[in-house]
Design a protein around this ligand. Sequence first.
Ligand code: MRU
Length: 347
Amino acid sequence: MSFYTIAFKNNRVLMLDQRRLPQDEIYLVLRTPEQVARAIEQMAIRGAPAIGIAAGFGLALAGLELSKVSDHSEWWEKFGQALRRMARTRPTAVNLFWAINRMNHQAIISRDLSSSERAKLLVREAQNILAEDIATNKKMGKNGAKLLHSGDVILTHCNAGALATGGYGTALGVIRAAKEQGKKIQVFADETRPFLQGARLTAWELKKDRIPVTLISDNMAGWAMRNRKINKIIVGADRIARNGDTANKIGTYSLAVLARHHGIPFYVAAPLSTIDRACPGGEKIPIEERSLEEIFSIRGKRIAPRGVCGWNPAFDVTPAGLISAIITEKSVIKNPNRTKIRNLFTE
Ligand code: MRU
């Protein structure tokens, strides 16, 4: 690919600053766990898998900062603070907590080593999370590409591409895989108010990859379906409950309702690390509410009159019954439900 989302070099985290795209391609160089936590909160990096990877590297930096601390209780107290700081960054994407647990587990199993040896293993674990994510996306892409055919025009929402992952993408990974198989695919991208991930990021990423993309504003989706401009929808996910209910970027639910009305298949592409088996249903998924500035203003320019109220939920939940299939690295589950999701982990 002509860009990378996140990397770890010379004990620094390098991260493409997604707030500046598409105008500027600038990499942040982060040296401390706190800098990584802020980058996640302020959405310099975003997208569920990428948030998890960033948290992993943030905790690797914490391990490096503590590599000269030989007192065990001091080490664990400070590492615990870093774990809790990462966990406070964004509440909805379960990949964050999945990656934090994995890093904590790595620290626990290397507790008898020196702090500097433990730091090396934490760095290696974070690098593994990144490499595995790319491999997972490629498998998911291959599984999902079977659902796509030459001539398909696919609507996607937000950005579930290379920018939202370690690379290749989930929803956009499926589209990439279909293209690699020689299928002719076109993409419609919703602009995705208020943060404009579709207009700024998906359009940028697809253009870079020479995948034909048509940008529409969110409120055009229903009319595009009515006019047979699109014939499939693929989105990513931030958290899938064990009954298949799926949290994703605000606006996803509306698309699923519209898709059902128009008889259009609605697919969710997500790795197993996005499935939260401890969560019984969508009503239990925590939904992040972000600053009202994001809806009162567009890129720093105020558009709403002062003194009005606002509401800014960053995600919504699509009930499993509206999802035609969930595409994972293991298999494609059609008409997802509790039993099929349980079998995904046991078979
Ligand atoms: O607020 P964001 O940009 O982090 O939201 C991202 C999404 O909703 C994505 O669709 C989701 O994380 C899947 S990314 C592969």
